[in-house]
Write a protein that binds this ligand. Structure first.
Ligand code: GLP
Length: 288
C-alpha cells in the first residue's frame, strides 16, 4: 500500500513539474524597431520590468558595440527614475584570455566604463570570467559553479556575431557546451579588430559561457542592429537549428525575445508576421 501511494505521489509530482515547464514555454518573440535607439530603449524596459518584479535578479550581460545604448538607457532609468541595482547580481558572457582587468580592451574594463560605474551595483556582485587566472580550466569550472550558486540567470542579454555566434561560441561548436576556453574564428578576430589598434592585438583566445550555459537562463534577450547582422538574424530566427549558427539553438529556448532594428530584420521572410503579432498583443504582453 505504501509503495503504491509513493508511486502515485511520484507520478503526480512529475506531471505537475511537466505542466509548470509547459506553462513557462513561450514562442520566440521577435520585435522589429525602427532604429537601434528605439530597440535599445525597449530592451531597457524589459530589463527594468524584471528588476521591478525581482529586485535581486541575476542578469547575464554582454559586451560589444550592440548593448552600449541599452546600458545608457538603464543608466538613464537609474538616474531619472531610481531604477535600483543594489541587490542585482551580474554574470558576463565572456572575457579575452591574457588581458588584465584594467586593460582598455578587456571586457571587465568595458563593463566598468559603460555600465557598472554609473549605477548603484555592488562591485562584488559583478562577475566576469578571469582571463588571467593562473589555472584557466579551473576558472571555467568555478565560473559555471558561481552562476549555479547564485541561483541561475534570470535574464541573459546577448549580442550576435555576424557569423551567428553568441558569447564567443563560434560556428560548428557544440550546442550543449558549458563555460570553457575557446579560440576565436578569423571572422570574429576581424570583426572585433576595429576596437583594437591593430588586428594583431586582438587576443585569439577567450573564456566564454557555453551555448548550454546560455540555454539555462530563464529568459534570453538578443539584440542585433545593422545590415551586417541581417543574415545571422535570419539564421537565428528562421534557419534550421544548427551548429553552423550557434544562436539558432535559441529556437529551443523556453523564453527568448529578439529585438532588432529594420536593417537587421531585412532578410527575415516572416517580418510581416512578427509585426502583426506585435500589433495584436494584449496590453499586459507589451513592454512599451
Ligand atoms: C563579440 C562578443 C559577443 C558580441 C559580438 C557582437 O565577439 N563576444 O558577445 O555579441 O561579438 O559584437 P558587436 O555588438 O560589437 O557587433
Amino acid at each position: 500500500m505504501q509503495v503504491f501511494s509513493e508511486y502515485v505521489l511520484k507520478v503526480s509530482a512529475s506531471l505537475i513539474r511537466g505542466l509548470v515547464i509547459h506553462l513557462r514555454l513561450r514562442d520566440m518573440e521577435v520585435l522589429i524597431q525602427p532604429t537601434p535607439e528605439r530597440a535599445s530603449e525597449l530592451a531597457a524596459r524589459v530589463v527594468a520590468r524584471l528588476l521591478k518584479e525581482k529586485p535581486n535578479a541575476v542578469l547575464g550581460l554582454a559586451t560589444g558595440r550592440t548593448p552600449v545604448q541599452l546600458y545608457k538607457e538603464l543608466i538613464r532609468f537609474h538616474k531619472n527614475d531610481g531604477l535600483d541595482f543594489s541587490q542585482v547580481t551580474t554574470f558576463n558572457l565572456d572575457e579575452y584570455i591574457g588581458l588584465q582587468p584594467d586593460h582598455p580592451q578587456s571586457y571587465r574594463y568595458f563593463m566598468e566604463e559603460n555600465f557598472f560605474k554609473h549605477i548603484n551595483i555592488k562591485p562584488e556582485n559583478t562577475h566576469l570570467p578571469n582571463g588571467v587566472a593562473p589555472n584557466l580550466r579551473e576558472e571555467c569550472r568555478r565560473y559555471e559553479r558561481s552562476i549555479r550558486e547564485a541561483g541561475g540567470i534570470d535574464l541573459q542579454v546577448l549580442g550576435l556575431g555576424s557569423n551567428g555566434h553568441i558569447g564567443f561560441n563560434e560556428p560548428t561548436g557544440s550546442l550543449n557546451s558549458r563555460t570553457w576556453i575557446k579560440i576565436l574564428s578569423q571572422q570574429t578576430v576581424k570583426d572585433n579588430s576595429d576596437l583594437f589598434d591593430n588586428i594583431e592585438d586582438v587576443p585569439n583566445h577567450c573564456i566564454t559561457m557555453g551555448v548550454g550555459s546560455i540555454m539555462d537562463a530563464s529568459r534570453c534577450l538578443v539584440l542585433a542592429f545593422g545590415h551586417r547582422k541581417a543574415k545571422a538574424v535570419a539564421n537565428l530566427i528562421e534557419g534550421p537549428i544548427t551548429a553552423m549558427c550557434p544562436a539558432s539553438a535559441l529556437q529551443m529556448h523556453k523564453r527568448t525575445i529578439v529585438i532588432v532594428d529594420e536593417n537587421a530584420a531585412a532578410r527575415l521572410d516572416y517580418s510581416d508576421h512578427y509585426r502583426w503579432i506585435d500589433q495584436h498583443k494584449l496590453p499586459w504582453q507589451r513592454y512599451d
